[in-house]
Design a protein around this ligand. Structure first.
Ligand SMILES: Nc1ncnc2c1ncn2[C@@H]1O[C@H](COP(=O)(O)OP(=O)(O)OP(=O)(O)O)[C@@H](O)[C@H]1O
Length: 482
């Protein structure tokens, strides 16, 4: 484990622990209650609903088993079923429970909108547990960060980590506390509203440090995220999760893996913390999106990341403080966006409700501005349908509306949200992902684009007339555009 040698301790000696408005901490919000009862499903129902656990329903595989998509309760409920392989978990002589039993036990005691919650369970003929959890249609944070698609921008990244920090804070503040022990980007799933959720409680422990179970369970986690000070059961505390969360933060900032042989040093801690210590915050930013423009927000995030990965657990911040820091950074980013909007609106004025055709362009992934085709001006999106975060980073502007360059989006480019745009079909259409330097028209229509990118009217007829107005409506609950 490379982290045993890291010198994060000295490297962050100059960081301030009270940077994050701890003194203005708000009263604690009440946690939402579980809005449903945990159900016991029959194994045969789950088997038939997954077509015999077929590959067609397979969502992914982990070290403990496979996960399948399942439609339950007459298609009213879409869920994910985890089918585990092992029955026993070696706990070094203590009473053992399988990861599945453990996950059901822990998730039945906690509910939070930022975790992937338990819906129910079933027992297979060999008395192995099947876990039924909320279905997350937008993949993992790992796939977003390291996949081949366009990487998420800063606002989205900071929002994701702030949400996961909130989930961890909730777990640590539970009574007894829950320590996840496996916080990492593959265990962060993205829900249908593009919120990040903490998943996979197979290794989690619920109890106080002096409880027998906690004292007996050997260290576990994922290499690269594992707290270097967690060498024996007695070393475990909520600060081990804080360390893993710090690695996640460095991964989000830099876009690199926790351990990456393409870098020297290969450990993200040894690579990033000296740079943070020397004040070179932009030097560790993901080159694909460039440094965060708000230097103070970047400093807040980088410094808290470095503090989380300190080698002495006691010197790491608690998750409540981490949440405060990330919220402060996020608020700064949001405020900066609003400021840009306001400045722009003052400069060019507003578009009247009567402007039938407007164009919009991307400010960042959460902000869209709209202008009139008639007067070429840009303003707030009042009275027209807006585009939200999920698709924002795929939106740009064309050189001009009605220019010879035509642009069309594939429905798959948009995830699940509403988008209205104008497409000229008189000439050949280039199907391409739009970049920041492009813009296009928006607007009012109920016509549809199917999954092949073919434009059809509501009767399903292919439309070929020029200047077609297209409307991509909200998708169905499976995450597909209909
Ligand atoms: N609730 C869910 N909704 C949608 N997909 C899911 C869900 N849970 C898991 N998956 C998919 O299944 C894959 C395997 O999940 P699982 O939790 O078993 O393993 P993992 O966390 O990726 O790996 P490991 O268990 O080895 O840490 C995930 O990467 C994800 O793609």
């Amino acid at each position: 484990m490379g982290y045993l040698s890291c010198n994060a301790e000295t490297a962050i000696a100059t960081c301030h622990s009270l940077d994050c408005e701890l003194l203005t901490r708000k009263p604690r919000k009440k946690h939402p209650r579980r809005p449903f009862k945990i159900a016991e499903f029959s194994y045969s129902d789950l088997r038939s609903a997954t077509n015999g656990f077929s590959d067609h329903n397979l969502l992914g595989k982990g070290s403990h088993g496979s996960v399948y998509k399942v439609h339950l309760q007459h298609n009213k409920l879409i869920a994910a079923v985890k089918k585990t392989k092992q029955t026993q978990h070696d706990t070094g002589g203590c009473t053992s429970t399988s990861p599945a039993d453990n996950e059901v036990e822990i998730l039945s005691h906690v509910y939070h909108p930022r975790i992937v919650n338990l819906l129910g369970f079933a027992n297979d003929p060999d008395y192995r547990k099947l876990i039924v959890v909320e279905y997350m249609p937008n993949g993992t944070l790992y796939e977003l960060l390291h996949g081949s698609g366009k990487p998420p921008g800063w606002v989205k990244r900071v929002r994701f980590v702030a949400q996961i920090a909130r989930a961890a804070q909730f777990l640590h503040a539970s009574n007894p506390p829950v320590i996840h022990r496996d916080i990492k980007s593959t265990n962060i799933l993205i829900d249908s509203h593009f919120n990040a959720r903490l998943s996979d409680f197979g290794l989690a422990l619920r109890g106080h440090v002096e409880d027998v179970k906690v004292k007996c369970t050997p260290p576990a986690g994922t290499l690269g995220y594992l707290d270097p000070g967690y060498l024996a059961p007695g070393d475990l505390s909520t600060k081990s999760d804080v360390f893993s969360f710090g690695i996640l933060l460095l991964e989000i900032i830099s876009g690199r893996n926790a351990i990456d042989m393409n870098y020297s040093p290969s450990s993200v801690v040894d690579w990033a913390v000296p740079a943070i210590n020397s004040g070179d915050f932009s030097g560790i930013c993901d080159p694909r999106i460039g440094p965060l423009e708000d230097a103070e927000a970047l400093r807040l995030i980088a410094v808290v990341a470095a503090r989380c990965v300190r080698s002495t657990a006691a010197k790491r911040p608690g998750m409540a403080e981490v949440v405060e820091c990330l919220n402060s950074a996020y608020k700064r980013l949001k405020a900066a966006n609003i400021q840009i909007w306001n400045n722009f609106g003052r400069r060019v004025g507003r578009v009247g409700e009567s402007s039938r055709v407007v164009r919009y362009e991307l400010l960042d992934e959460s902000t869209v501005r709209v202008g009139s085709r008639r007067n070429g001006k840009v303003s707030n999106v009042t009275g027209v349908e807006t585009v939200n975060n999920n698709i924002g980073n795929r939106i740009g502007r064309s050189k001009s509306i009605g220019s010879s360059r035509e642009t069309e989006f594939r429905p798959s480019d948009f995830g699940q949200n509403h988008l209205l745009w104008r497409v000229g079909l008189g000439r050949q259409i280039n199907i391409e992902r739009l970049s920041k330097s492009r813009s296009m028209g928006i607007l009012h229509s109920t016509r549809l684009v199917n999954n092949n990118g073919v434009v059809r009217n509501p009767n399903g007829r292919k439309l070929e007339e020029s200047n077609l107005l297209v409307d991509i409506r909200k998708k169905d609950p499976n995450g597909e555009i209909y």
